[in-house]
Design a protein around this ligand. Structure first.
Ligand code: ZN
Length: 258
C-alpha cells in the first residue's frame, strides 16, 4: 500500500541537483492524515556537501502539522538513516523494506495529496515576500536555539514556497536552515528559475544567510533577488553574487565530465 509513496520518491528524484555525482535520489514522507511531502537530493559545494533527500524529507516532515508515519526512498535505508529518522521524529522506525521505514504502531492511511508549502496569500511584491517569510518563521522547529527564521521562494510564474529552519535536538549537524528548507521544497514542487528569495530572522532583524546557504542559493537561485528583513529599517535587497562573490558552481564539473 506504500507503492504510491515509493512512486513519489522516484518522481522527486528527477528534480535533484546533482552536478557533482550525477546520481539523483529522492525521499518521500507520508503523514498520518495521508498527505505526503518529498525531497530531492541537493548537492552543493559548501559543507555539508549535500542535502540528502532523506534529510530534506525529514525537515519537511518536521515542519508539517501532523506526525509522519512512513518514509520511502530511492536508495536503501542504512541503519544510520533509520537512526536519524528516530532521532529527528522520536519513536521507533524499523525498516519495512530496504527502501521503506514505518513508525512502529502507526496506522497507515491511503497516500493522498501532497502537502502544500504555498503561503495562504502568495506575495505579489518584495514586501509581501517578507510578510510571508515572517509568517513562515512561526513554523520553525527550533528546540535548541529558539532562533526562528522563515524563507520564501518565488519563481517567475508566481509559484511560491515557504520554508523555516528545523533543528534536531541533540545533533546540530542534522538541522537545516530556512533558506535551504525552502529551496528543497521549491525544487520538489518543480518551481522554475527562482526570481526572489525572502528571508526573515525573527529575533535578529540584522541576520543574514549563513555561508552554507549562500553557496546553495548561488547554485539553485543564482539570478534571484534576495530580500532580507531588517525589522524597523528598510529591507536589504541584494543578490547571490553580492552574498558570495565568485561562488563555485557545480556546472564546472559537468563541463569536465563531457
Ligand atoms: Zn543557513
Amino acid at each position: 500500500m506504500l507503492d504510491p509513496l515509493r512512486a513519489h520518491a522516484r518522481s522527486v528524484a528527477g528534480r535533484s541537483h546533482v552536478p557533482y555525482s550525477g546520481e539523483p535520489a529522492g525521499a518521500a514522507v507520508l503523514l498520518a492524515d495521508g498527505r505526503w511531502a518529498a525531497a530531492p537530493r541537493i548537492e552543493n559545494a559548501s559543507f555539508p556537501l549535500t542535502i540528502p533527500a532523506l534529510q530534506g524529507a525529514l525537515a519537511l516532515a518536521a515542519l508539517a502539522d501532523v506526525p509522519a508515519v512512513a518514509f520511502a526512498t530511492t536508495r536503501s535505508l542504512s541503519p544510520a538513516d533509520l537512526a536519524a529518522i528516530a532521532q529527528a521524529l522520536g519513536g521507533d522506525w524499523p525498516a519495512d523494506a530496504p527502501d521503506l521505514a514505518v513508525a512502529t504502531g502507526a496506522v497507515l492511511p491511503e497516500v493522498g495529496d501532497a502537502v502544500s508549502w504555498s503561503p495562504e496569500a502568495p506575495p505579489t511584491d518584495a514586501a509581501g515576500g517578507l510578510e510571508a517569510a515572517l509568517a513562515a518563521a512561526q513554523r520553525a522547529v527550533v528546540p535548541a536555539s529558539d532562533f526562528r527564521v522563515g524563507a520564501v521562494v518565488e519563481d517567475a510564474a508566481g509559484r511560491t514556497v515557504v520554508g523555516a529552519n528545523v533543528e534536531v535536538a541533540g545533533d546540530w549537524t542534522r538541522g537545516l536552515c530556512a533558506e535551504r528548507t525552502a529551496l528543497v521544497a521549491a525544487r520538489a514542487a518543480g518551481l522554475g528559475p527562482i526570481v526572489r528569495l525572502s528571508v526573515a530572522c525573527l529575533r535578529v532583524p540584522g541576520g543574514t544567510p549563513c555561508g552554507g546557504c549562500r553557496q546553495v542559493i548561488a547554485e539553485l537561485a543564482p539570478d534571484a533577488e534576495v530580500v532580507i528583513w531588517r525589522g524597523d529599517e528598510p529591507a536589504e535587497v541584494t543578490t547571490p553574487e553580492a552574498l558570495l562573490p565568485g561562488a563555485f558552481r557545480g556546472e564546472a564539473l559537468n563541463q569536465a565530465r563531457r
